[in-house]
Ligand binder design. Sequence first.
Ligand SMILES: Cc1cc2nc3c(=O)[nH]c(=O)nc-3n(C[C@H](O)[C@H](O)[C@H](O)COP(=O)(O)O)c2cc1C
Length: 543
Amino acid sequence: MSEQLELVVIVASVREPRIGPVVADWVVAQRPGGVRTRVIDLAEIALPPDAELRPGGSARTEVSDVLAAADGFVIVTPEYNHGVPASLKRFLDWHYTEWMFKPATVVPYGVRGGLLAGEHLRPVLAELSMVTTRRMVALSAPWAYLAEGRYVPQNGEDAALREALRELTWWARALKHARHRQPFALVDWVGAQRADTDPEALADLVGHASVVGLGTGTRSGRETFAIVERTTQALVERGFRVVAVLDNQKVGELYDRFVRGEDVDIDGALRQAWGPWRTEEMRKALERLRLRNAEHPEDAVRVVGVGGSSVLPTDYERVAAMVEEAAPAEAAKIRVLFDVIRTAHDSGEHVQRAKGTHPGTPFVELAREARAIAGQAGIAHELLDAIVDHHANAIGVGYDADREERRAAERVLALRPARVVLWEGSAHVARDAMMGEHLRAELGEAYAAVHVTFGYGQAAGVDVPPPAPGSLEDVLLAAGGERTVALSNGAPAALDAPWRTRLISGVYDPARDGEHYHEVRSLRGAYDAVVFVPEITSTTMVS
Ligand SMILES: Cc1cc2nc3c(=O)[nH]c(=O)nc-3n(C[C@H](O)[C@H](O)[C@H](O)COP(=O)(O)O)c2cc1C
């Protein structure tokens, strides 16, 4: 959006001879600095025949573009028989969206100020979604105050006009920002969509698919997770039989055994999960799946970890204990190294770097050192290689997003023919990026993606402020309340454009909230639906 304000001065009178252009010249001469001004003289333009007028916008006219580009108007109009001239009313009626959500100042004139014309305009402009400034500059018999063909006011009208234009430019700037930040038509449309987060309605929207990605803008919101879980239950009712979580594959195996009724220490399993998934809410979700499966043992819902790593935090101690049997001194050295690198399972190295808690040496080097020490003691084990691989794959080290996202997608696709609900961050499940792109390429319409997002609140114990201006969440919040927005046909074209949307990761810093958004190329291209809750609270970490 350009900050440059564009004002259009409209000359309403079309008679010959007339005083209107002289008054308009005076207005233009008083225009505020830095504001671009154009004049539209109604005597100089031709409108189509009135037989073609339509409510809510007619055919384009030769000045439609000029009006559409304007941020505000000054309407210079005479009073004719206690109203505005027909030429002006006709001109107003010939345009519609060009006027909307813009301000106007009226400069009426007549024998005694032409105020009846000015006041006549207010309800007309209001109907066109315009704001009329409180200040009007009413000129009494301007034809009596001419010098060399120019209007020379005698009664302080110069100052009155400057004040009115100050008011006009304030509105023009404010409304320009508002039109850009939250286009009313879009807010209005969003506000007319489902005002709830009913899981059945969402499942109806995406239940046709064979894989549904339920993405969240944060993994640490209780309400957003609840939407994912409840929608998953509704999808299970519709035949989905696998919940794929982008987490450690071994953790997924433990979850799977748990939900199928095996005697698994679920808290122990959760403590090995990737940090943000290590929550009470996840445990309750798994317990509910276990209860459901107990009733349908022949038709169980499975849980699968589709993340890249198969190293558990407890694997470090397993390796150290193994080394200890053969070489206690080496085991002690290995434990020192492992104590450092094991922390990457709580928060990744890139998060530790962002928070200033990273010790410096890349963990993959410490992992290789541990493997070398074990090697000297004559111990080689695939777990040691897996640990090295795990850290070699860290974000900012050797993490190859394309490769990892493709592999995660392949793990999901390998679960077919079962129908799969995928729990991940919204950026990963989007149909046009990351793993969602691979799923879309393989499955076409049989892959559906949902973006579950929020306005403000608490995530991971951090206060998240209201959303940044112009973001998707900003528009959703402006529409008021909970919302389920289907992005199928019928959604406004604005949703095909790029949108910035919240992305709260481990490196989130509320003081720089504006930097924690990611851009989707097209909202409709990325997701089948967006679900929104205004406020979230933090999930509870498993102790
Ligand atoms: C059809 C017509 C109706 C008018 N009615 C009014 C009126 O109601 N009140 C008024 O103060 N002046 C009225 N006037 C006088 C105008 O204020 C004056 O003619 C003025 O110059 C018109 O502006 P213009 O020359 O830019 O067209 C009327 C003039 C015309 C032509």
